[in-house]
Design a protein around this ligand. Structure first.
Ligand code: FAD
Length: 819
């Protein structure tokens, strides 16, 4: 038998090697138009960036090595220019000499790959506009970069090759801008997951331009000006086009072979083209998507290699092996982040009208108590009926590869989220948790399917109106570091005591840091008879990542007072050794609580270094420093381990803009008086502050307690003094009197009458507005004790607290009123 193969890299080389292993007698000829075969095209970006140091390492096999080992007749620098299926011949052109000759075959294999897209944009042929596919492309780019000619680069396209190149050019000290036409990079991910990548790119100093395309390229001296559709222009030394690939189908088309609807070569389950003697594989063919069942182009090395084996087996043994389709399992390193996906994403499922549910989880890579545990984000998509796993996306620092592989297995084998919950994985603390992140994703999905909780996505929150209450059940410290606008904070541990304050007629969306406490809150509320409860999938973390404009935001704000050389030593300004805090393995608010505690023990000017593995900590520490006036001297996020240097400073300096900007701006009111006019004024101010988006705390003490007494009080046993106070003091807000012109109660009656006539809200209505707006009302326990006021007498939403509660709130406020 005489086998002829077109294309000598991933697919073609696999076929050749397998054919030889199966048929020692066969004549095998492999044609490759380039100068190399069987090289690692996936490694090319890393050679350009210097991670792979020796060029030789790119070659899995040399031509000679391949020929010696497999006795395959390799003909490099020869292009197959046409195929005559009936005559079973091909025409070949020698690239260097131009000589043309023909060759016969019994079976032909096409593995010509896919070529980088080069759209017809004006100026696209200018020098120093590159594409990357082959070793020779790599050599050109590498030489250009190594010669120091590139100080700046634009990468057009935010796919995996573009982003790998962004990282590798950045590693060469080049100022990189990524321009992407869509509103996100990494098409296999859904937007919220891609946002994590956006944050990373910006954090590493890559300029990211989304939702904008190239209109033309202009030459400007030695530079290229990239003119974008938005009107923005960027002048750079080099451009890399990485906007996708197109299957190389010309040979197949000219030979009359069937082309699929995705414009790839059409093959059957045996990888056979419309001509039984011609097989095709790799990037050039159309495959069946393993989830949607629809034709798809999935240009990846794994499928090409596996198809190579199947093609060779079918050629030799006569179509016995079936290629079952591809689910697009892929993984990419983007700086210190690992990004992986398998199956269908939400966009694809919507396009194919396949119903789905989704869930987000943020588990740690291994047991939190063992050093180095770092959270990852997992999104899974599953069928609402039966829970078939349709797609998975994992983004994180450690253990992402393992999790995507487990998830991909379940997708490929048409498993369900119930299978995820059951998957048995090897466990010891350094590697996993007894409930692996994949099990956790399964449990969460199971809860959704079984109706234990209804979940909403971050997109649903944005669409909400005033008929919805967003209930944040994180601790106050976490809430203070950032929250969804309009949300009300009742920590989970206190939720059961505040049920009466929650509206039963509104939709309540529970949220927490990552979704777990939100779920617990939902379970409490559902069992207490609340009907319209849902949990925000992935919690505040997912909402924050998804809704932030990463292309505009500065990742963290380092105090401009910082002199970086001071930070490099482990000594603070007082000459003392810096305190080192290890908060690794703790999830929010753990690191912040540790920081708060150690910061409190520092002398003014003292410094501490805190290390945490909660990736959100780089943002949290920045917010915390703004709130407290601490100086953030340095933050470094390396492979998910955040290291921050903080200096104690109590008096915000006018020289330090960051601290001035970050001053607390909550409002606190001490309501001491029970005069009607003063009560009115208090609630008018509180509601005004709420309307301006401020957090308001009202601390009711002494006579002020009378304002917040219930109208219909239960029967309460009191001692003599308690009873006397009750008889002599107003029993509720409706009994309050004016501080002036009260006239035996006539004045307050007139005041209420006039307010009503003029359409001004009554005191009770203002109080309700303040409650609905999330005002925290604290009753002073000391005054209650003195005056014999019992908790049951007070409005349901009032909390009890001492002076420390007030002072804690006052710390975060820039307005403290005593009324
Ligand atoms: P190729 O490997 O591209 O081989 C096709 C060969 O055919 C080419 O060398 C071409 O010169 C030759 N040829 C074409 N027409 C003719 C002709 N008429 N005559 C003679 N020769 C011809 N995939 C992953 O899964 N993971 C990764 O990390 C990854 N990284 C990548 C990084 C880069 C920079 C690139 C370019 C690709 C990467 N890929 C990756 C994709 C992966 O390399 C391809 O999916 C895989 O190589 C496809 O194999 P193939 O045999 O179909 O095509």
């Amino acid at each position: 038998m005489k086998y002829v193969i077109v294309g000598g890299v991933a697919g073609g080389a696999s076929v050749a090697a397998r054919l030889r292993r199966l048929d020692e007698k066969a004549e095998i000829i492999l044609f490759e138009r380039g100068s190399y075969v069987s090289y690692a095209n996936c490694g090319l970006p890393y050679y350009i960036g210097g991670e792979i140091k020796e060029r030789q390492k790119l070659f899995v096999q040399t031509v000679k090595g391949f020929m010696d080992k497999f006795r395959v007749d390799i003909r490099i620098e020869q292009e197959v220019t046409s195929v005559s299926p009936d005559a079973k011949t091909i025409e070949v052109k020698k690239i260097v000499s131009g000589e043309i000759y023909s060759e016969t075959f019994d079976k032909l294999v096409l593995s010509p790959g896919a070529e980088p897209l080069k759209p017809n944009i004006p100026g696209i042929q200018l020098p120093n506009i590159f594409t990357l596919r082959s070793v020779s492309d790599t050599d050109v780019i590498k030489n250009f970069v190594s010669a120091g000619k590139a100080k700046s680069a634009v990468i057009v396209g935010g796919g995996f090759i573009g982003l790998e190149m962004a990282e590798n050019l950045h590693a060469q000290g080049i100022d990189v801008t990524v321009v992407e036409m869509a509103d996100q990079v990494m098409a296999p991910l859904d937007f919220s997951m891609a946002q994590i990548v956006h944050e990373k790119l910006v954090e590493k100093g890559v300029n990211l331009i989304l939702s904008d395309g190239v209109e033309r390229f202009d030459k400007r001296g030695a530079q290229i000006t990239v003119c974008l559709k938005s009107g923005e222009t960027i002048s750079v030394d080099m451009v890399l086009l990485s906007i996708g690939v197109r299957p190389e189908t010309k040979l197949a088309m000219d030979a009359g072979l069937k082309i699929g609807i995705t414009r790839g070569i059409s093959v059957n389950e045996y990888m056979q083209t419309s001509n039984p003697d011609i097989y095709a594989l790799g990037d050039a063919v159309e495959v069946v998507h393993g989830v949607t069942g629809k034709p798809a182009l999935i240009p990846l090395a794994g499928p090409a290699n596996k198809q190579g084996r199947i093609v060779a087996d079918n050629i030799v043994s006569g179509n016995k092996f079936v290629y079952k389709g591809t689910i697009g399992t892929s993984i990419v390193k983007i700086f210190d982040l690992t990004v992986a996906a398998a199956g269908a994403n939400a966009k694809m499922l919507r396009r194919e009208e396949i119903p789905y549910l989704s869930s987000f989880t943020h588990p740690s890579s291994h047991a939190g108590y063992y050093p180095g545990a770092i959270p990852m984000t997992i999104k899974i998509l599953f069928s609402p009926k039966g829970g078939s796993l349709l797609g998975a996306q994992v983004v994180g620092y450690d253990g992402v590869d393992k999790r995507i592989e487990m998830l991909a297995q379940v997708i490929q084998r048409k498993g369900t989220v119930y299978d995820l919950a059951e998957l048995e994985q090897a466990y010891a603390p350094p590697y996993s948790s007894a409930k692996d992140p994949v099990n956790m994703a399964g449990f969460v999905a199971e809860n959704i399917l079984e109706g234990k909780v209804k979940t909403l996505s971050w997109r649903d929150v944005r669409k909400n109106d005033e008929n919805v209450m967003i209930l944040d059940v994180r601790t106050r410290d976490e809430f203070r570091l950032g929250s969804i606008p309009g949300s009300v904070n009742i920590p989970l541990d206190e939720l059961r005591e505040h049920l009466n304050e929650l509206p039963r007629d509104k939709d309540i969306i529970a949220t927490c840091a990552v979704g777990q406490r939100g779920y617990l809150a939902c379970r409490i509320l559902m069992q207490k008879g609340f009907q319209h409860i849902s949990n925000l999938s992935g919690g505040y973390k997912t909402w924050f990542i998804a809704t932030t404009n990463w292309t505009k935001e500065e990742p963290t704000t380092i105090c401009p007072c910082n002199a970086s050389d001071e930070v490099s030593s482990n000594v603070d300004v007082c000459g003392c050794k810096m305190v080192e805090i290890d908060a690794c393995g703790l999830m929010c608010p753990g690191p912040i609580m540790k920081l708060k505690q150690s910061y409190g023990e520092l002398e003014e000017g003292g410094r501490l270094i805190i290390t945490a593995t909660d990736p959100a900590f780089s943002k949290d520490v920045s917010s915390w420093c703004k709130i407290t006036g601490a100086k953030l001297l340095d933050v470094d996020n390396n492979k998910g381990t955040v290291k921050a240097v903080v200096e104690k400073s109590q008096k915000p300096s006018s020289k330090c803009e960051m601290r001035a900007e970050g001053l607390p701006d909550n409002k606190t009111l001490i309501v001491f008086s029970d005069d009607l006019d003063k009560a009115l004024a208090s609630f008018v101010i509180a509601n005004g502050a709420l309307a301006a988006g401020k957090k308001v705390t009202m601390f009711f003490t002494f006579w002020g307690l009378n304002i917040i007494k219930k109208k219909n009080k239960p029967v309460i046993k009191k001692d003599l003094f308690g009873k006397m106070f009750s008889w002599m003091l107003p029993g509720h807000s409706g009994k309050l009197t004016l501080s002036k012109l009260n006239m035996m109660g006539m004045g307050s009656w007139m005041m209420r009458y006039i307010m009503k006539q003029k359409g001004i809200d009554s005191l009770e209505s203002l109080m309700q507005q303040a409650i609905d707006g999330g005002t925290e009302m604290i009753a002073c326990t000391m005054s209650m004790d003195v005056m014999g006021v019992k908790p049951e007498e007070l409005l349901d939403n009032v909390q009890l607290g001492g002076v420390a509660s007030y002072l804690e709130r006052a710390e975060d406020a820039n307005m403290n009123l005593f009324i």
